[in-house]
Write a protein that binds this ligand. Structure first.
Ligand code: ADP
Ligand code: MG
Length: 240
């Protein structure tokens, strides 16, 4: 495929989409949200996905996250072909390999930051003590060591998005899928969120895809590709 990271992306790249098409029913006919999309993202690579509204960016993330099955084509995550799995197996694969970050952090109002993270490990059946240790480490990495005991209403929008990022990393994902993480933030906070995502992509060697409107932050990421009418353009180096 056409990633500049091709040389470093063996067949076991954490995320591959092979000829993926997704159609939604639309009145009498169908609408093609994704049209024969090929994509490979290497470990430690952060790809920015841009393109007009309605071009299929969120659809690409939904298919890569195994939240939606493609009409055609293969989604491979961490060496496993998702389309070969039944729904239960697919949920397990997602829980163990994919971190998902959407625009709105969607935190539980009554829980502290550290509890938000612990609960995601608890749902994976992990022991609480280990979960707490990892949660505190991750909060420190995202710059929230001092805010571990704060609840969402005591945090700023940027801090809430940092909790969201730390929570997505709790399951030690191989793939991080991020949909417009800065849409609700001012310029300065947006830049620091994108910088943080680039940092954790390297630090944890995840394959990250970030949908963004903020073309000014592309240089903080490794590569960029544009969606148009469900068609994914060539992946290029960002900032060149
Ligand atoms: P983007 O994220 O780039 O704005 P989307 O992936 O959300 O684009 O949408 C791509 C196309 O698929 C649009 O035409 C949209 O209306 C359509 N679409 C997205 N989700 C659904 C759905 N759940 N049901 C039907 N059509 C959908
Ligand atoms: Mg979208």
């Amino acid at each position: 495929m056409n990633s500049p990271f091709e040389a470093n992306a063996p067949a076991t790249a954490p995320l591959s989409l092979l000829d993926v098409t997704l159609e939604y029913p639309d009145g009498q006919g169908t609408i093609k949200a994704l049209d024969s999309v090929n994509l490979r993202v290497a470990a430690g690579e952060m790809l920015s996905l841009i393109g007009p509204s309605g071009s299929g960016k969120s659809s690409l993330l939904a298919v890569a996250a195994t939240l939606v099955r493609p009409t055609q084509g293969l989604v491979m995550i961490d060496g496993t072909t998702a389309s070969d799995l039944n729904d239960t197996e697919m949920t397990t694969l997602r829980r163990e390999t994919v971190g998902i970050i959407f625009q709105q952090p969607n935190l539980l109002a009554s829980l502290t930051a550290v509890e938000q993270l612990m609960i995601s490990d608890h749902l994976r059946g992990k022991p609480l003590k280990a979960a707490k240790k990892r949660a505190l480490e991750l909060l420190e990495i995202v710059g929230l060591a001092e805010s571990a005991r704060k609840r969402p209403h005591q945090l700023s929008g940027g801090q809430r998005q940092r909790v969201n990022i730390a929570r997505a990393l709790m399951g030690q994902p191989k793939v991080l899928l991020v949909d417009e993480p800065t849409a609700a933030l001012d310029h300065e906070r947006s830049a620091s969120i994108v910088r943080l995502l680039a940092q954790v992509t390297k630090e944890f060697s995840v394959a990250t895809v970030m949908v963004t409107h903020d073309t000014e932050f592309l240089a903080l990421t490794d590569s960029v590709a544009t969606m148009r009418d469900g068609v994914l353009g060539a992946v290029e180096m960002a900032g060149v």
